[in-house]
Design a protein around this ligand. Sequence first.
Ligand SMILES: NC(=O)c1ccc[n+]([C@@H]2O[C@H](COP(=O)([O-])OP(=O)(O)OC[C@H]3O[C@@H](n4cnc5c(N)ncnc54)[C@H](OP(=O)(O)O)[C@@H]3O)[C@@H](O)[C@H]2O)c1
Length: 289
Amino acid sequence: MQNKIILITGATGGIGKQTALALAKMGAQVIITGRSKPSGEAAAAEIKQASGNPKLDLLLGDLSAQANAYSLAEQFKARYERLDVLINNAGLAASERKLTEDGIESNFAMNVVAPFLLTHLLMDSLKASPSARVINLMGGDVPAKLDMDNLQSEHSFDGLNSYSQSKLAMMVTMYEFAQRAQGITINICYPGQASTNMTRSVTADMLPGFMRFMFPLFKLAVRDDGGKSAAKASRSSVYLASSPKVEGVSGEYFDTNSTLVSWPPAVLDATTREKLWSIVERLTRVEIK
Ligand SMILES: NC(=O)c1ccc[n+]([C@@H]2O[C@H](COP(=O)([O-])OP(=O)(O)OC[C@H]3O[C@@H](n4cnc5c(N)ncnc54)[C@H](OP(=O)(O)O)[C@@H]3O)[C@@H](O)[C@H]2O)c1
């Protein structure tokens, strides 16, 4: 990975930080992103020190706002002539329904719109690489059906179900992107459950009623383990970013142990894909042929 340039969103903590560390250890030029300068600089220093690789850069921006995705892409392009791997790692599991500054429900904005927009804005940089890869991270629960009438929880917001629906919508969008994009690969992986800020901030009322009695067990499973489970969960992204076995492989879904998994029915449904694609294009005011 010595000559590879890799951009990882949400990599100042959690799974993204462990992914950055593993790829930095392989010698890649890694660019991490986050929202906060102090924690970003601390993470960058820690990864440099632990990997012994000084080629570690930091870009800042809250990706829930589209203006920041534009700014991040511009900053990247001003510093780097190409992008070999984009890992759309940053995600959100909101505990309540909130709108972003673009007026989009926050789970949908972070988990669907942000990866779509950033991939689009960095497309020229990706195409400048001889073999660019885009990697996206799925959540744990894969709903059988995409609720097209409640994509932004307009009618009901239901804790982790809203998160899972947004992750399924991301899958649908990225599968479609993979069919349209020429000369780059786009895949999705499931990292597995890890103890991170995201999982540690899940509250009992985000779980479906019948699962709430299991909340103490969930809390126990996601107690702070110093990044151990996040390091394990980084392995699927690291595999997709670095393995020669997936060179040229696109439009596929990989499990936490990097084995191929079948797509859920919603992803394979052309009508769902078409409808969702045009909704995301409208929300971003972007048109992709
Ligand atoms: N953890 C799990 O068990 C699990 C399971 C399945 C899938 N996933 C998926 O794996 C990915 C990483 O999850 P994680 O658990 O590591 O998440 P996390 O702990 O919430 O990730 C923290 C990172 O994301 C950044 N971040 C948070 N909100 C952001 C925003 N609005 N804009 C830009 N950056 C933002 C943080 O930066 P700042 O600190 O600067 O804000 C930090 O770098 C997500 O896509 C998640 O859905 C996680």
